[in-house]
Design a binder for this molecule. Structure first.
Ligand SMILES: *Cc1c(COP(=O)(O)O)cnc(C)c1O
Length: 370
């Protein structure tokens, strides 16, 4: 072990960094091909509202100044939209930042964090980095088994993460299940409901978890501008919780964690709900398009309400992923989640979804032929 190795904090020692989707530019460089499409990071294929570009242009002249560290204006706008007070909102550099704040604020080394099998990878990373103990509860039908998760809570549990819907599986739990879950837990356990895909879900039994905040003082709802609002590159997310929890999260929040372009962009994005509605409508069509294409290829999939869908390609998933890459289509292997037979496809534009099906068909032919 080198000197530096010995210095590494215990929680960081075994940590494997988060693996992002492969950028199109990297693949272009590696293969020397163009016309690459990336459907690997659940980004909005329609971009963002034109109001965003205008707001950013207006903000450029002020870049020598620090941003508003309190995010006053964005929080006021969010507060009106969501019907909560500005003192209940914590802004983050993406919602990843907020998830990390929760762990830093509430988890001591050795204390437990409960997550579901196949849950979004960032919960485990944040927990391990502070040397918390991760309790992983087996999934049910690829989704969160909330009943089993409630049972897994002990006196040592500080935080439970629920991704609703979950990434990568796109599964969700309904309103009644979420309410029962919250009722089953002691108020001394922080419950984070991560709603990164909130805007996309049109199921009637999907919970309005902000309404639950007045009943459960231990609840934190997390949302983001990275998905339906199309601002993944700018990094803005937020938590909504009680004023008391919010005050605690803000103790560990880095000053100026959201930059001025991002603050202005997020506020402008909220002003264009038509853009969100169009994105969501197109996403629902895209999910159907992909599922029917998978069906025609004889493949199964995990039913999804998010902007991604996991397709069951079988034990050759890695070869199929690589074959699709060579054909210029970047999707996401999910073996790191234990979903070894699956690939996750983000919903793209109609023609991009067609290309997924076409390249997948070729890849399957390659893999059975070889
Ligand atoms: C994409 C995603 C996030 C959001 O990431 P940002 O940091 O806001 O870009 C959070 N949770 C889940 C489950 C996600 O899939």
């Amino acid at each position: 072990m080198s000197t530096i190795d010995q210095l590494i904090a215990s929680g960081v020692r075994g940590l494997q960094p988060y693996q992002p989707g492969k950028p199109a530019e990297t693949l272009e460089r590696e293969l020397g091909i163009t016309n690459i499409i990336k459907l690997a990071s659940n980004e909005n294929p329609h971009g963002a509202s034109p109001l965003v570009a205008a707001a950013i242009t207006d903000t450029l002249s002020g870049l020598a100044r620090y941003p508003d560290g309190s995010g006053y204006s964005l929080k006021e706008t969010l507060s009106k939209r969501l019907g909560v007070s500005a003192e209940q909102i914590t802004l983050g550099n993406g919602s990843n930042d907020v998830l990390d704040l929760v762990v830093r604020a509430f988890v001591d080394p050795g204390q437990q964090v409960v997550i579901a099998e196949y849950a979004f990878a960032v919960y485990a990373l944040a927990t391990q980095s502070v040397n918390g103990e991760l309790i992983v509860v087996p999934a049910r039908d690829f989704g969160h088994d909330l009943e089993a998760m409630a049972t897994a809570v002990t006196d040592f549990t500080r935080v439970v993460f629920v991704a609703n819907p979950n990434n990568p599986t796109g599964t969700y739990r309904d309103c009644a299940s979420i309410e029962h879950f919250l009722e089953a837990l002691p108020s001394s356990v922080i419950v984070v409901i991560d709603e990164a895909y909130f805007e996309y879900v049109k199921e009637l039994d999907y919970p309005d978890s902000i309404r639950l905040l007045s009943h459960f003082s231990n609840l934190i709802v997390v949302r983001t501008f990275s998905k339906a609002y199309g601002l993944a590159g700018l990094r803005v997310g937020y938590a909504i919780a009680s004023e008391q929890i919010t005050e605690v999260l803000n103790r560990v929040r880095h000053p100026f964690n959201v930059n001025s372009l991002a603050l202005a962009a997020a506020e402008a994005a909220l002003d264009d709900q038509d853009f969100v509605v169009r994105s969501v409508t197109e996403n629902l069509k895209g999910l159907k398009q992909l599922a029917s294409g998978f069906g025609e290829l004889g493949l199964g999939w995990i039913p999804s309400v998010a902007n991604c869908i996991c397709v069951r390609v079988g034990p050759n998933a890695t070869q199929i992923f690589e074959s699709m890459l060579r054909q210029g289509v970047i999707v996401r292997p999910v073996a790191n989640y234990g979903l070894t037979d699956y690939l996750r496809v983000s919903v793209g534009l109609e023609e991009e979804n067609d290309r997924v099906i076409e390249t997948l068909k070729n890849a399957l032919a390659d893999s059975t032929g070889s």
